[in-house]
Design a protein around this ligand. Structure first.
Ligand code: HEC
Length: 164
């Protein structure tokens, strides 16, 4: 009886510490990890490369659908289902993919103050899996500044784009 008590006394605090550790790790993980509805575009290879931005050893290729380009040129909202992809190359190798995807009603997943229309944002690693240490609120807060351009920084490039 005595030994059982002693074992319990030692065992319970250890168990609680372990549980608290896991609870904190999970909670912390969720606070940073931002899994949302954005999917990696299955049709990446058929998207149109409409502009390139170079900065030092970084080369960014911007890709989207022909339908989105046509809409921008006509002054219309890009269609629901649009992906816009920024392929970030470092020294000619894919380093990561930044993806924006727009679908009807997706804005409602967020507080109005955080919303970027119906766009959601995601950071995919070079292996096309989600980078769970990215806070996509950061993406949104920056791209909110482009509300008048459908949240797109390279909106002007889409308007001017001419296929080769
Ligand atoms: C500090 C501001 C800032 C943050 C944060 C930011 N972006 Fe951007 N984003 C830009 C700018 C500026 C461009 C235009 C290209 C350039 O100058 O590199 C851009 C371009 C893009 C593009 C190409 C379409 C467009 O808008 O021109 C995508 C896609 C994109 N960002 C996704 C993301 C994602 C996903 C995140 C978060 C993981 C993110 N961005 C975070 C400023 C930002």
């Amino acid at each position: 009886m005595k030994t059982t008590h002693r074992r319990l006394a030692l065992g319970l605090p250890a168990l609680f510490t372990l549980l608290a550790f896991f609870a904190l790790t999970l909670a912390g993980g969720w606070a940073i990890a931002e899994n949302n509805r954005v999917t990696f575009p299955a049709n990446l290879d058929s998207l149109v490369h409409y502009t390139t931005v170079k900065r030092g050893n970084v080369t960014e290729h911007m890709l989207t659908s022909q339908a989105a380009i046509d809409a921008v040129k006509k002054g219309l909202p890009v269609p629901n289902g649009t992906h816009v992809v920024l392929v970030d190359y470092r020294d000619s190798k894919v380093f990561r993919y930044f993806v924006m995807e727009k679908r009807e009603g997706w804005g409602a997943d967020y507080e109005p103050a955080r919303r970027t229309g119906d766009w959601q944002f995601q950071h995919f690693k070079a292996d096309k899996t989600v980078n769970m240490s990215e806070t996509t609120a950061r993406c949104q807060s920056c791209h909110q500044g482009r509300e008048d351009k459908q949240h797109l920084y390279t909106f002007g490039d889409l308007e001017r784009f001419k296929p080769q």
